[in-house]
Structures are given as structure tokens and as C-alpha cells.
Design a protein around this ligand. Structure first.
Ligand code: GTR
Length: 421
């Protein structure tokens, strides 16, 4: 073999070993979906089958949880040594034209290395209700100030951190179409948001900021196979928000919802799976590495996602790049880990990159675990038409339009929450 051929061969082999192929082919043709067999979520590693909720909780659930940690998102450290301080830095009892009480809470995280980082939580509590109310917790993409035109909402600290992104995207109100605050507040729900970059900057090179900078032994470029990455760290951040909300006297800590869109939908699922304080877990267009079944290899796939976002998952996940058939698990099992709490999956018709059908089937195949608890899961593998929400003890809808969060999505989520509470 010529030298150049040897070099090419070596490159091909290493690309396969390392996964992460930016050019992994993308399929949008249903007839080209490979034949695959989904693992049975109830089948334990020793070959026995969980027959009831107790066996599920004792044996199978911990096995699956460990698998997702070790092979996809990375293991969440049981102790980070990080201390958190909360300070209410602004309040407005007459926010949103009197609809809500607004609070802005500064979180200061301090690591064992003595470094600190700050994050800012924006909380709206409905004034039309007395006492404790349910809360929807959801990260935003570009700062609290982008979720509303309310002039007293302080810019998220990550605006400084993300100077490279110093674009239009960060201006006040820019993302407000994604935040149906009024609707939620009118219906008696509090909403809490924080910018996800505050917790961990979403760019491979910026991982030096945020929580990673407080972890002296963490180096994104040299992680161990099962070491956590950005999704794991954002999920950890969701739990820190829950810590605060549990102590807030207007919040009903038994009715905390985590909601996320897209990469933050993946994050909401991983957070909700691990932290049982979230009683409802909502995935909005979360796609590959979120609600969608990986083994369908439809739209975004493991090769593409691990190549484009090497910092999101743990290195062990790369081995399934262009090799989804080898996955010993699939995302329906992630959704099953939410039982006996409630999972909601939403898709958008034009968001084929996220594989709407794969998202639906994933929730359908999580059904056996919900049924162990006597809960009603999706009764059929036939995906409903657009704007025909299916609300049981789990929920699903698909709407017309593109990859986004819209008032229609919020309305469906609120209807579902009303139906279970
Ligand atoms: C895309 C990515 C998706 C999804 C999306 C988003 O580029 O391929 O997995 O996470 O970003 O978060 O908006």
C-alpha cells in the first residue's frame, strides 16, 4: 500500500473508532429506516424481567439510569463540592401589568478551588392566586432579558461571557414568542427561567467558564469515557434551581415541572430522569439524544450530533456514531425512567431533523413501565395528526410548523398539567 493509502485508511479507522462524523449520512426517507429491535425496558441485565413497580425500582431502573450516565450523558458526580448562595436582587409585585410578582435571584456558585460564577433566575408568580402554586422551570437560550419586553428584567450574566455571540440574539424581547408567560400566569402557574450559558457556556472552548471552571479536575478536552459534559452540567443546574424553588414560600414543591426546547429538551429529560422532584418532564422538539429513538437513524443521528457538539455527551457515546444498531439502550428507556411521574413529548411537523415519528414511538415504547404503575400511556403506535394532542398520564402532540416553542405548545402543556392536577 502506498503511504497515502495507509494514511487514509488510518484516518478512516480512527474516525470510526472516535465516531463523530460530521458527514454521517442523514436519512429523511421512512422507507430507508433500518430494521431494528428495541430493547425491552423491563428486561434486567441478569435476564429476568421486572414484573412490578418494586422490581422495576429496585433492579431495572437503577441499571438503566447507570447505563444512560455511563454511555450517553456522562455520570453526574455525587459531590461537586460547589456551594450555592441565593440573593433576591430585584422584586416587582406588579409585573406584567399586575398579573405577576417578579423576583430575580442571583445564584453564586463557589467551587472548592475558590472560584465563583453567577447565574440569574427570573421568576414570575401569579398574583391571581393565593398560597402555593405549581411552577414551570425552563432554561432560555439567550438571556432572561430576551424572554420578555419587561424593562426591569436584568440581563443574564452570560451576556458578558458570550461576547463572541454579541449579536442581535441577545436583545430584550428577542425570544419572547417562545415564552407564554401571560397564559401560564393567568392559568395559575409560576414560571422560572435562567440562561443555560450561565451554568455552562454552550461552546467547546468556552467550557472554561460556568460551572466547569469551579471543578479543578475537569477538562473538557480530556474527559474520561463516562465523564459528564454540557448536558449533564445543565441538568445539574436544573436541580440547583429546584433547590431554590423548594424553599420559595409561594411555590408548591410537589408540583414542579421541567420544560426544555431542543438541546434544552434533551437536558430537561436528563434532569427530570435523575431528579424526582420534577413531577412532569416536558420535551419540546428534543430530537436526537432527547426523545427520539436513535435506532431509527432518521434525521439527526449519533454521528452528526457527536461531531457537531462534542461537548454535549460523554466520550463513550461516540462509539455509536454510525453504529446505532449497537446501542444497548434507546431513548424510549430514558422516557420510561420518568415513571411514575409524567412525561410529555412534543414535536413539530416541519422539524424532520428531530424525527417527530421517532419521538412519538419512543413515548409509545416507554408505555410498559408506566403501565406497571397502573398509569395510562399511549394506547397505539399510530402517531396522531397535527393539532390532535393526546393527553393520558403521559402527553404528546405534534403541531404544524418548524422547530420552535409556540403559544400552541404552551397551551397544550397547560391543558395537560390541568388534567393531571
Ligand atoms: C441543532 C441540533 C439539535 C438541537 C438544536 C437546538 O443544531 O442538531 O440536536 O439540539 O440544535 O438545540 O436548537
Amino acid at each position: 500500500m502506498k503511504r497515502i493509502e495507509i494514511l487514509l485508511l488510518a484516518l478512516m479507522i480512527s474516525a470510526t473508532i472516535l465516531g463523530q462524523n460530521k458527514n454521517a449520512p442523514v436519512n429523511y426517507d421512512e422507507s430507508q429506516v433500518p430494521a431494528f429491535e428495541l430493547p425491552d425496558p423491563l428486561l434486567c441485565n441478569d435476564g429476568s424481567r421486572a414484573e412490578n413497580a418494586r422490581q422495576w425500582e429496585k433492579v431495572r431502573r437503577p441499571e438503566l439510569l447507570r447505563m444512560f450516565g455511563e454511555q450517553e450523558y456522562g455520570v453526574t458526580p455525587s459531590r461537586t463540592g460547589i456551594k450555592v448562595k441565593h440573593e433576591v436582587i430585584a422584586t416587582n409585585p406588579e409585573a406584567m401589568g399586575g398579573l405577576a410578582t417578579q423576583k430575580q435571584v442571583r445564584f453564586t456558585f463557589t467551587g472548592k478551588n475558590g472560584k465563583s460564577v453567577q447565574a440569574l433566575l427570573l421568576l414570575y408568580i401569579p398574583n391571581s392566586r393565593d398560597g402555593r402554586v405549581p411552577v414551570i422551570v425552563s432554561y432560555n437560550f439567550h438571556g432572561n432579558q430576551t424572554t420578555t419586553m419587561e424593562p426591569d428584567v436584568i440581563f443574564s450574566p452570560s451576556k458578558e461571557l458570550m461576547k463572541i455571540a454579541g449579536s442581535e440574539a441577545w436583545i430584550r424581547g428577542e425570544q419572547m414568542s417562545r415564552w407564554s408567560y401571560e397564559l401560564a400566569l393567568q392559568r395559575g402557574y409560576a414560571v422560572a427561567t435562567m440562561n443555560y450559558h450561565d451554568i455552562c457556556p454552550d461552546a467547546p472552548d468556552l467550557l472554561a467558564g460556568g460551572i466547569p471552571s469551579l471543578l479543578s479536575d475537569f477538562d473538557i478536552k480530556h474527559r474520561k469515557e463516562s465523564e459528564w459534559g454540557a448536558i449533564g452540567i445543565w441538568a445539574w443546574g436544573y436541580s440547583r434551581i429546584a433547590d431554590y424553588l423548594e424553599k420559595e414560600r409561594r411555590i408548591d414543591r410537589h408540583r414542579m415541572v421541567v420544560l426544555g426546547h431542543s438541546r434544552l429538551g434533551k437536558t430537561a429529560l436528563w434532569a427530570g430522569v435523575q431528579d424526582v422532584r420534577f413531577k412532569v418532564v416536558i420535551s419540546n422538539d428534543s430530537g436526537c439524544g432527547g426523545a427520539a429513538l436513535s435506532k431509527r437513524v432518521f434525521g439527526e443521528n449519533v454521528g452528526r450530533i457527536t461531531a457537531n457538539f462534542p461537548h454535549w455527551f460523554c466520550p463513550a457515546f461516540n462509539q455509536y456514531s454510525e453504529n446505532e444498531a449497537a446501542l444497548p439502550f434507546d431513548q424510549h428507556e430514558l422516557l420510561s425512567l420518568i415513571a411514575p411521574r409524567h412525561a410529555y413529548v412534543a414535536s413539530a411537523e416541519d422539524d424532520q431533523w428531530a424525527d417527530p415519528r421517532g419521538e412519538y414511538l419512543s413515548l409509545f415504547h416507554a408505555g410498559p413501565v408506566y403501565r406497571l404503575y397502573g398509569m395510562q400511556a399511549l394506547p397505539t403506535d399510530e402517531q396522531p395528526a397535527v393539532h390532535q394532542p393526546r393527553h393520558y398520564d403521559v402527553g404528546y402532540h405534534i403541531r404544524a410548523g418548524k422547530h420552535d416553542v409556540t403559544p400552541y405548545d404552551w397551551q397544550c402543556y397547560l391543558d395537560f398539567l390541568d388534567s393531571i392536577w
